[in-house]
Design a protein around this ligand. Structure first.
Ligand code: ZN
Length: 262
């Protein structure tokens, strides 16, 4: 798990979320309403997952890069990596380790690292920069509200809901048991796939909308290696739905050609 250890370095920044909110003219009230609506939205996603939609919203089409290829699939960034070689060797189930334990451990660590990146990106992801949870031209992820109605949320709100929802799942002892005498539930695989899908959407949004920021912060090598590790793990344990990787397919194909993914 050397890749995870590497991520723990260089993330000492405090989120300036509060400053950002004040800059947008939002005060304590919005924090309160966010918290109160999170549980409803989270429970909706917990049973069904969020959905996607093509959008006619011109604000998200073409992302920040116009008609050019997104920055993350251009040289030299597409080759930036913290770790060389294939991730296959570190995602396969180690001998004598329980499969459920291995899956749970890795999901905890992916989540922990994704939260670290979120702390960094969150101050750049505002209702003004990202009025929807977009992942490239014509693709918006929609949130299902408490009535299972798809709604378009600013990416910062969507992301916060997702992270809260995942955190609640991971801390639910009935889903992720930590005591030796407990077993993983029958719906464990579907729970993992739902969590994985939502994390993948955050990757997709950050790649398409905030990769430039990661480059400015010299974090693109960490980010690329983190993502290659995440995809390698998802493939190894069949957590990926093909439709979900479409926004990042070109990048994934490049990683395959580079030998990071097999
Ligand atoms: Zn954003």
């Amino acid at each position: 798990m050397t890749i995870f250890n590497a991520f723990s370095k260089g993330f000492g920044r405090q989120s300036r979320k509060q400053n950002k909110k004040q800059g947008l003219g939002q005060g304590k009230g919005s924090e309160t309403s966010l918290a109160s609506s999170t549980s409803n939205a989270s429970s909706a996603t917990g049973s069904t997952g969020a959905t996607t939609a093509a959008t006619n919203n011109g604000q998200v089409q073409g992302s920040a890069f116009g008609n050019k290829k997104p920055l993350f699939v251009r040289q030299p960034f597409i080759q930036s990596a913290l770790v060389k070689g294939s991730f296959k060797t570190i995602v396969i189930l180690p001998r004598y380790v329980d499969l459920g334990d291995w899956l749970a451990l890795n999901m905890f660590e992916f989540f922990s690292n994704l939260k670290q990146f979120h702390l960094v990106i969150d101050e750049f992801c505002t209702a003004r920069t990202c009025p929807s949870m977009s992942a490239g031209p014509g693709l918006d992820y929609l949130w299902l509200d408490a009535n299972r109605k798809p709604i378009r949320l600013p990416a910062e709100t969507y992301t916060s809901y997702v992270l809260t929802w995942i955190n609640n799942k991971l801390n639910d002892e009935t889903l992720f048991p930590t005591r030796a005498n407990m077993t993983f539930p029958a719906n464990f695989p579907s729970t993992l796939r739902n969590i994985y899908r939502q994390m993948l959407r955050i990757f997709a949004h950050y790649y398409h909308n905030h990769f430039e920021t990661l480059v400015h912060l010299s974090m693109e090598a960490h980010w690329n290696s983190f993502f290659a590790h995440f995809v390698s793990f998802g493939r190894e344990f069949s957590l990926i739905d093909k439709r979900d990787i479409e926004p990042l397919q070109e990048l994934i194909s490049a990683f395959e050609a580079q030998g990071k993914l097999s």
